[in-house]
Write a protein that binds this ligand. Sequence first.
Ligand SMILES: Nc1ncnc2c1ncn2[C@@H]1O[C@H](COP(=O)(O)OP(=O)(O)OP(=O)(O)O)[C@@H](O)[C@H]1O
Length: 341
Amino acid sequence: MIELKQLTKTFDVGKTTLTAVDDVNLTIADGEIFGIIGYSGAGKSTLIRILNGLEKPTSGTVDINGQKITDIKGAELRKARQKVSMIFQHFNLLWSRTVQENIEFPLEIAGVPKAKRVEKVKELVELVGLAGREHAYPSQLSGGQKQRVGIARALANDPEVLLCDEATSALDPETTDAILDLLVDINKRLGLTIVLITHEMHVIRKICHRVAVMEGGKVVELGDVLEIFQTPKQEITKRFVAQVTESEDSSETIKHLRELYPTGELVKLVFVGEQAEQPILTQLIRKHPVEINIVQGKVSHTQRGAYGTLILQLKGTDAEIRQALEFLNQENVQAEVMAND
Ligand SMILES: Nc1ncnc2c1ncn2[C@@H]1O[C@H](COP(=O)(O)OP(=O)(O)OP(=O)(O)O)[C@@H](O)[C@H]1O
């Protein structure tokens, strides 16, 4: 378990003091994939550097699996830091070393004998899908392959926690997805706790269990990823959610749909979790004399289950439409008529 308590970090900039991390309190469970999202300057890098023991907080504590890393230094801190590994946006590989030698590097530093190192590298290369590329140099690899080397190197000393610093921000969307899938796979297979910082909500949606939203050094919103997508509270969180959700509620979209479907009512349904997989529309048609047209729909998958939206055109008398909406709400599907203005 990772516990951050009243964590604050200030920097003296000229005559003023800048608060980069401002009274952050978080508890991250073992085996969790925890995301921290924020725009540039929110304090994410400073926070992750404190987690890594690279930066000392001005006040507050960080406890990783029972050890207060904010209280220790020297050899003890170096040993503790072996349990916390990190991967980076620009990979930070050694360019004059091969894949094999890059992955071996932390093992060399830890004084692991050659035969053991070779055995471990073989295992890691398989795990990250780089078998056959052991003798290539980083310059001969694609971005995704370079990050796979970064991940294998980070896992060499069997860490308990993997920190990811914008690990997919330099990659194209397809490669990003492949690396995110690999992180989920590693999390499941090794039970590794993953803490990642990002400014991309897609990354949070795809792999995180919980997310903290940072703004001005503070955690302004915290919750289960599915819950955050369903009901974001803060303005900044809504903006992040909008990054990956179509703006189907915008007045322009509604006006356009109204022109295409001028009769009946346009109704937006929001499904969460198991409901997204249930035949609710079949039941609606069987039980209610309304006519249904599917206008548009989308289901997104998170690590905590699916959520989806569906826009329907419902045709019938006012009473029939009202009863249909009541039925949907009884089934715990949020259903509302899309307002025209
Ligand atoms: N060593 C430092 N000295 C002075 N100010 C710093 C230092 N490190 C960070 N800051 C300031 O602290 C604030 C938070 O920076 P931080 O890099 O943690 O944010 P971030 O969310 O990671 O943004 P980015 O993604 O741009 O790195 C910024 O205003 C930054 O200028």
